[in-house]
Design a protein around this ligand. Structure first.
Ligand code: PEP
Length: 250
């Protein structure tokens, strides 16, 4: 099987006004290019098109943080995957824990969003992860299995889907699992995907770790056999930190 190409994706969340966003995107692009990996930035929706216009070197992938399930229609305030493709996106994050919690998104909805991403021939970055209470109860694998069953479409494959394992308790907290713990969970996810989608697809699918990744802890995490990159929140808002993580790829 082909080696999995690493992905380092920055989730800017609801940060950056236009000037700051253009500066950050440019700084990320200026530092990119030296490595065989995909570097993706996911600015807020309103910055996608201007960032896409401003970046000329084609070294970065552009991703959105969410989409609606429908292609168009009476959905005030929502943005479709078709619009995101039109704005220049190649990727869409779906099912981030902040969407699952703040907007009550269910696994079924996340799956439908991923399907709408596939329909535009974009890549869905599907997020899963257990809460601290679920972890303390020893339910991590059961929770992830349910999320994978519910959120990952039957049509997922290694080209259209990236899984992001983001333990909720590690997001924005400065806490991370040990590299061993993270590897064990990633290995579980890959085995579960193999049962669901088949060995070939599972062995080619990128599984990213997300949650308080930064230059000082990234090397150990990214060295693990089943960790194929990172989804980075806070540290993606500083180009030096973000590239510091890219530099940690083995
Ligand atoms: C995220 O929310 O996707 C994330 C990983 O955030 P942070 O890196 O800030 O923990």
């Amino acid at each position: 099987t082909e080696p999995r190409r690493p992905v380092i994706a920055g989730n800017w969340k609801m940060n950056c006004l236009l000037d700051a966003g253009l500066d950050l995107a440019q700084a990320v692009e200026d530092g990119a290019g030296g490595r065989d990996c995909e570097i993706v930035i996911c600015p807020p929706h309103v910055l996608l098109h201007p960032v896409n216009v401003a970046l000329e070197d084609n070294l970065l992938g552009l991703g959105a943080q969410d989409c609606h399930v429908a292609e168009k229609g009476a959905h005030t305030g929502d943005v479709s995957a078709a619009m995101l493709a039109d704005a220049g996106c190649g990727y869409v994050i779906v099912g981030h824990s902040e969407r699952r919690v703040d907007h009550g998104e269910s696994d079924d909805l996340v799956r439908a969003k991923a399907e709408s991403v596939f329909a535009q021939e974009l890549v869905a970055i599907i997020c899963i992860g257990e809460t601290e209470a679920e972890r303390d109860d020893g339910r991590t694998e059961a929770v992830l299995a349910k999320q994978l069953d519910g959120s990952v479409p039957a049509g997922s494959n290694a080209a259209n889907t990236i899984i992001a394992y983001e333990p909720v308790w590690a997001i924005g907290t400065g806490k991370t699992p040990t590299a061993d713990e993270a590897q064990n969970v990633h290995s579980f996810i890959r085995r579960y995907l193999a049962e669901k989608l088949g060995d070939d697809i599972a062995s080619g699918m990128r599984i990213l770790y997300g949650g308080s990744m930064k230059p000082s802890n990234a090397a150990e995490l990214l060295a693990q056999a089943d960790i194929d990159g990172g989804l980075i929140g806070g540290a993606s808002l500083n180009a030096g930190d973000f590239h510091g993580i890219v530099e940690c790829l083995p």
